[in-house]
Design a protein around this ligand. Structure first.
Ligand code: HEC
Ligand code: HEC
Length: 302
């Protein structure tokens, strides 16, 4: 071999080594990704098991809450979802937004909600769950793994003789629940509004009429700056129904509401202790907002 051939061979060998190494790196990334996915699946599984054991009684067998006869709000909301980087179709949820949502869910689960039946779960606050366990629950909720909850729940319920039924599991009398007296949390259904309104499945840049420009009819009475009907849908419909037909709370229609304005004002402001009806004055609804709601439910047909 002359020198120039030797050099060529050297270059060739280097090139092969380079390719092999590159392929190794690429494969390493795939392997890391696969390992991460397996880890997440395991964590979601643990979250679902924790949900079956601790949360179904109030939030429903599939996380549908009041929609399936539970006394607590649904947790299977699309607005509680985070889109991961691996999703082929949807843009990933921006990190800041994802962290805000996780913090909201973690805080609510760890701290419970004062004056409601939502217990304090963190062992730091005297509850039964560790931070790691609460994070499993948050992951299961943000990934929307209600399929695992259903699956683990069915396995769990069929193991007893006779099999456990929905009636055995769901709390029927909210008056029997004790209310959380004090907590470390900063959220309530009003301060959490942004987490009910976000739409993680919306394509980026696809502005809806709700963004910015006021909608038609927005000039009517408003509550917290949004038209009263919209406010009702976001805040009250989980319990009273989207058509105000009643779910865990009674129907709120002009025909049914024959009592005085003051009576309903007091109910909304102070809640009904011993029931699922929250005290909206305590979470920050102003008297004028409550009056607008009373007029709305008593005079506007659904
Ligand atoms: C004894 C009944 C009860 C149990 C058990 C319970 N919750 Fe709740 N939970 C509630 C109620 C009631 C609310 C609504 C509180 C409010 O009006 O602010 C709530 C609210 C929540 C919220 C906030 C939802 C929202 O719309 O703002 C989350 C998240 C939540 N619960 C998670 C859990 C998890 C996870 C578990 C199990 C570890 C659990 N809950 C167990 C009664 C319960
Ligand atoms: C977590 C479930 C829940 C939410 C959310 C909720 N309610 Fe209620 N509400 C109830 C329940 C349960 C009752 C019945 C209480 C009882 O048995 O006395 C009730 C009762 C009422 C009543 C009295 C009806 C009557 O015939 O006496 C009014 C008015 C009312 N709610 C308005 C509202 C408004 C307005 C909102 C939103 C700001 C709201 N509720 C949100 C559960 C809820």
């Amino acid at each position: 071999m002359n020198t120039s051939k030797q050099v060529n061979v050297m270059i060739g060998l280097l090139f092969v080594a380079f390719l092999t190494f590159g392929a190794y790196i690429a494969n390493e990334n795939n392997r890391a990704e696969a390992a991460r996915e397996a880890q997440d699946e395991l964590k979601a599984h643990r979250g679902a098991t924790l949900f079956v054991n601790n949360c179904r009684t109030c939030h429903g067998l599939e996380g549908k809450g009041t929609e399936e006869g539970g006394v607590a709000p649904p947790l299977n909301r699309p607005s509680f979802r985070i889109i991961g980087k691996g999703d082929p179709e949807l843009p990933p949820t921006p990190e800041g937004e994802a962290n805000g949502l996780k913090n909201f869910l973690f805080n609510t689960i760890a701290c419970g909600r004062t004056n409601t039946a939502m217990p304090t779960w963190s062992e730091k606050q005297g509850g039964p769950l560790s931070d790691t366990q609460i994070n499993y629950l948050v992951l299961m909720i943000t990934e929307g793994r209600w399929d695992l909850v259903t699956e683990i729940g069915e396995e769990h319920d069929s193991a007893t003789t006779p099999p456990t039924t929905k009636d055995d599991i769901l709390v029927k009398d909210p008056a029997a629940l004790s209310l959380t007296a004090k907590n470390c949390g900063q959220f309530n259904p009003l301060s959490a509004k942004e987490f009910y309104e976000r739409d993680p499945f919306k394509a980026p840049g696809a502005a809806t009429p709700a963004d910015g420009a006021p909608k038609a009819g927005a000039s009517g009475p408003s509550v917290q700056g949004v038209p009263v009907a919209d406010f009702f849908q976001k805040t009250c419909a989980t319990c009273h129904g989207a058509k105000r037909q009643g779910i865990v709370g009674p129907a709120l229609t002009p025909e049914r509401l024959t009592n005085t304005d003051d009576f309903y004002f007091n109910t909304i402001k102070n809640g009904r202790p011993g029931t699922a009806m929250p005290a909206w004055g305590a979470v920050g609804l102003k008297d004028d907002d409550i009056k607008a709601l009373v007029q709305f439910i008593k005079t506007v047909q659904p």
